[in-house]
Structure formats: C-alpha cells, structure tokens
Design a protein around this ligand. Structure first.
Ligand code: NAP
Length: 252
C-alpha cells in the first residue's frame, strides 16, 4: 500500500485575518456589511465606509466593528479624507455602488456616469489615496456582477460595461500591484437592500418573477456572496480572478 503521507504536508493554510486590517468601502449594507461581520468574526480589525453617516455609524455600533467613515466615493476628496488616518490596510474591499439604470438614448448622461464613477474611478481614487499603506501581502477585492456577462435590454448596458471593466481592471492591477493580489466578486441576484433602493414597491414583483426563472428558484443571500470575498482575501493564490456567485443565473 502506498504511503500517502510520504510527500509531506503541503502548506495551503489560508492567510488568517486575525489582527489584519480590513477596509470595506460599501461595507454598511448588504454584501459589504455581511463581509464586515464575517471578517470581524475571523479576527480582523474592520472599518466600513458608506455614503450615509447614520447607516455607517449604526452598522459599526451594532456589529462592534473597529471604525466607520461616511464618504461619497464619487468624490475623490471624500475618499482621501476617509482613508487618511488608517495607518495600514491589509485587505481593501471596494463594493460601493448603486443600481445605475437608464436607456442609452434617454437617460441623463451625468447620471449614467455614476456607474463608472462609483466603480472604476472610486477604485482609482481609493488606491491612490492609500498608496504604500496597502500591505504587500494583502489583497484588493472589486465588485462586478452577472450583467457583465449577461446584459439585458432594460437600460443596464452602461452598468454592464462598468461591471465588465472592473474585472479587466482587476486583471491589469494584479500585474501592476503585484505581489498585492487583486480579484473581483461577480454576484448574480443577491437579496440585499439595493433592490428596494432601486425599485421601491416594484421590488417584490421583480423578485417573485426572478425566482421563477432562476435554477435554484431563489436569490442568493448577502452571506453567501460575502463568503466568497473572505475566500478571495484569505486564499493567497487567488489573483486576477473573478468569482461568480450566482446560483447558476448565468446559465438561464
Ligand atoms: N445585490 C445584487 O443583486 C448585486 C448584483 C450584482 C452586483 N451588485 C453590486 O454589489 C455591490 C453591493 O451591493 P449590495 O447589493 O450589497 O447593495 P446595498 O445593500 O445597497 O449596499 C451598497 C453599499 O454601497 C454603499 N454606497 C453606495 N453608493 C455609495 C457612494 N456613492 N459612496 C459611498 N458608499 C456608497 C452603500 O452605502 P449607503 O447606503 O450609505 O450609500 C452600501 O454600503 C454594489 O456595487 C452592487 O452594484 C449587487
């Protein structure tokens, strides 16, 4: 019988989050807040940033996080101020964003700009604000979404483009910022406050219709999406990757 232990143990221990500093931009609600809670439970020092000060304060207070900041990520000087007094960041998670939807021939162009301002340009400004305060053995996680691969005809083309751009941006930065690892989470439909924020009372009808067509007949949870962010932060060989957490939504 062969001795399977003869090759010796392979060191695939995940990077621990214990005492590591995790900053989550968009960490005050939904996927970002679940990420904050899971990172805190794993022993990290967690700071969350959102645009609404009361929501940010409440999130940090309720979940005993290490700090909160209010900043509008579309404003470079807000990002600069929010990150100014955090001495070192091990894992930067950039999830802030709204559901920017408007048809290309009809919508206000300044509004459509937000899709890129909240994602690409906010990430550029956050990375520049941190500079060499981002740990070399740390990570950056971006957000995209299944629209990047499966757009629709309902006014989401610019958001789809911004989401796909995040994945390409991460791959470029995985080379440019190495050895800092840079990855992207691409969620499918996840049940978070973003749906009601975007659709108001139409949210329930939208969700019911979606549940009919999704392979698992349900939306994902913020915890399920956040677990993938934890994986991207802690697996030291994940780099330049996009993880789809979509319950198979891309297949239908
Ligand atoms: N849920 C989904 O089905 C889904 C699918 C694909 C992609 N995504 C993307 O995943 C990310 C997180 O979404 P979520 O579902 O967790 O939504 P959410 O519950 O609405 O959370 C969004 C977070 O981003 C923050 N934020 C939004 N605009 C901001 C701004 N201008 N400046 C600073 N913070 C801002 C929010 O803070 P405030 O509330 O204080 O503004 C909140 O913390 C978004 O980028 C979204 O586009 C979500």
């Amino acid at each position: 019988m062969s001795d399977i232990s003869s090759t010796g143990p392979i060191d695939v221990q995940p990077h621990t989050l214990r005492n590591r500093t995790v900053v989550i931009v968009g960490g005050t609600s939904g996927i970002g807040l679940s990420t904050a809670i899971q990172a805190k439970a794993a022993g990290a020092k967690v700071f969350v940033i959102g645009s609404n000060p009361e929501r940010a304060r409440q999130a940090a207070h309720t979940h005993e996080l290490d700090g909160w900041r209010a900043a509008d990520v579309t404003q470079p000087e807000h990002i600069q101020a929010a990150l100014a007094d955090i001495p070192k960041v091990d894992h930067l998670v950039l999830l802030a964003g709204t559901f920017v939807a408007g048809k290309i021939l009809e919508a206000d162009v300044a509004y459509l700009h937000r899709a890129f301002d909240e994602r690409i340009w906010a990430s550029v400004h956050a990375l520049r604000a941190l500079g060499d305060r981002l740990s070399k053995d740390g990570s950056v996680t971006f957000i995209s979404g299944s629209l990047a691969d499966r757009p629709n005809a309902y006014g989401t083309a610019v958001l789809a483009a911004a989401s796909a751009a995040m994945e390409a941006f991460a791959r470029g930065l995985a080379l440019e910022l190495a050895p800092v690892r840079v990855n992207t989470l691409s969620p499918g439909p996840i049940d978070t406050p973003i749906l009601a924020k975007a659709m108001g009372e139409a949210r329930d009808g939208f969700v019911a219709a979606l549940e009919q067509t999704l392979p698992l007949h349900r939306l994902g949870t913020a915890d399920e999406a956040a677990a993938a962010v934890l994986f991207l932060m802690t697996n030291g060989f994940m780099n330049g990757a996009t993880i789809n957490v979509d319950g198979g939504a891309r297949l239908v």
